[in-house]
Design a protein around this ligand. Sequence first.
Ligand SMILES: [Zn+2]
Length: 324
Amino acid sequence: MPLVNSKELFEKAYKEGYAIGAFNCNNMEIVQAITEAAKECNSPVILQVSAGARKYAKPVYLKKMVEAAVEDTGLPIVLHLDHGADFEICKDCIDGGFTSVMIDCSSKPFEENIAITKKVVEYAHAHKPYVTVEAELGTLAGIEDEVKVEHGAESYTNPDQVEEFVKRTGVDSLAIAIGTSHGAYKFRPEQCTRDPKTGVLLPPPLRFDILEEVSKRLPGFPIVLHGSSSVNQEYVKIINEHGGALKDAVGVPEEQLRQAARMAVCKINIDSDLRLAMTAGIREHFEAHPDHFDPRQYIGDGRAYVKQLVKHKITDVLGSNDKI
Ligand SMILES: [Zn+2]
């Protein structure tokens, strides 16, 4: 099966109340971990590439690795551009064989966001085969590669704007801001309460009222959540016990993501959790085997941790297992 766009995957996900994982990839081991996990869970999957990943690995390597994963697994895989900053980068990716792109003009005024998104949609939809487009309304706090928004400068999506935005742009899916945030430090300690037993921060709940309102205004329309790593504390603990120093790293609780996946959310972006799992595997390996110097040994352990994490996400959080 060749790479697919996200249209039919989202239609089925919406109807059946699950979400598809959009995992960021930067190197071969991460691509293998994600797609082998998806294969074992019989799940569709989105591999997404940010501007930072393109800079690190070069677009041609990323594209060929994803094609290799398609050939190796036979899965329906979407190759998606994460946070395309302008028309040019989206066009570049569409011309280069991506099957889905995100145009992110969420930091620009409403009319400008509409104008640029519409231009990308017209180009993508005229392409053969059809390329799907995601846009964003509202802004998330946190840091993701080139996207940086200070805590306090974020804004929730205004449900009064979504219908007009989707109608005028013709976009295929919409990322909204309901309290998720980019990076492994999603919330400031003062936004959270602290678990008295473990000392771990408990984040503020997502704004399900906004999600509900948006889905009422856009029945059947796929919604996307960015910044949706859960910062699983088992990995933070392994990292900190093996020489790391991640203080107060906190994410979105998995049960809240599961709830969102049952509603209109069809795509959930996960990046930081993969990085944490990879780092946990490598740190543990180095402490247990200080004499090792073959990268296959320690990166192999990192890959095994990422695979285990992705299987858990697919089965226990996204609900996309056995959906092929
Ligand atoms: Zn994002």
